[in-house]
Design a protein around this ligand. Sequence first.
Ligand code: ZN
Length: 429
Amino acid sequence: MHKVYPFLLLLFLSFGANSASFGQAHKDFDLDRSLRIDFILTGEKIVQKAGLLRLKEEKYWSGTQHSLIWPFEYGTYQIEVYNDADKLIFKQGFSTLFEEWQSTGLPKYGAASFEQSYNIPYPKDDVRVKLLVRKGNDFEILNTWKINPSADNIIKESANQEAILIAGEGDYRNKLDLVFLADGYKASDLKKARKDAKRFGKFLFRNAPFNDYRKHINIWLVHKPSIENGVDEPCKGVFRKTALGSSFNTLNLKRYLSVQEFFKVKDVAAAAPYDFILVMVNTERYGGGGIFNHFSVFSADGPDAGKVFLHEFGHHFGALADEYFNSEVSYEDMLDTTIEPWQPNITTLVNFDGKWPHLIDDGVPVPTPRINKFEDKTGVFEGGAYLKKGVFSPAMDCRMRTNKAKGFCEVCQSGIEKMLLLYVSQNIE
Ligand SMILES: [Zn+2]
């Protein structure tokens, strides 16, 4: 538990520095509802464009005042919101399935489009919303939208489903709210959906660092009944009528279980107050996927289902990279080894000072050889993010590397904790 304190200190210092903007949160936003911004990312391997599709008013804003302006820059994309005095009032990062598509060989077949959506607390006055994308160490603007929050064309439709509280006290303000969406569960499968969601919730709370924050986390379930059980498995010619359209073979990768129709996902999730969306798929087949601050998708009954769920949630919530480097899953150019990656659990040693040097004991060499002696040590082990060379991971094994690992390594735990504190810090103060 002692590892928490440096982060507490760090976050409180940065909150202090930004205290004027936190005081202003209520002036700029109605924190009781949210504005959903739906847009499309279209492009090829290098070039991309973003176009606004629609705006929706949604019932809940579940984030904390502290989570409006993140003190770090995780993710390939960033949303920034400015008020009419040109003051930054919101800044968060996220990643996308589109950028994964760009890193595969698929763009050679032609351009593609992906559904994207982001919720911000409901602005009280006109705002400018900037969408930025990472270019090397910097961000460049993809588009800027001027939004009038009183415009007539903002869609106001209430969600069709109900949210069921699975774990926690349900007071969603200042808690971390996770919503599980059941896919491939028929109307008659509600009992199974509840049981499955409870099982994954329990697994989450058994694992560090989530075990220490149990009372600060709510888990919700939304069950939009599917017409058929199961999931699409295109390589077997299996297609099922499910509520969200979950599918294996995402980006032509057999084991990659994901959902492309993100607007459907957002429509269903809107029934609950949520900070992060987890799609639980009613299948026994192994697989899953997780994208930072977008969603995670996992098979409910596959082998090692709990571990896969946790691994994918590591990507989704903790901004963690895969620590494995010998795998059939390989992206052609996922990582530029000449710059320091933004993920907290890998380094190219280009700027290691910003990563985990404070967690390395005296006597542990950097880089650290992968030998038994360092099995339980935090170090800098070559290999990670699908690459054998030029990328380094903090531990010999970790939940972000294998299913055999005991849990998240120390660095991954710290990264997750940093994120947790943005959502629950007011309870801890
Ligand atoms: Zn790790």
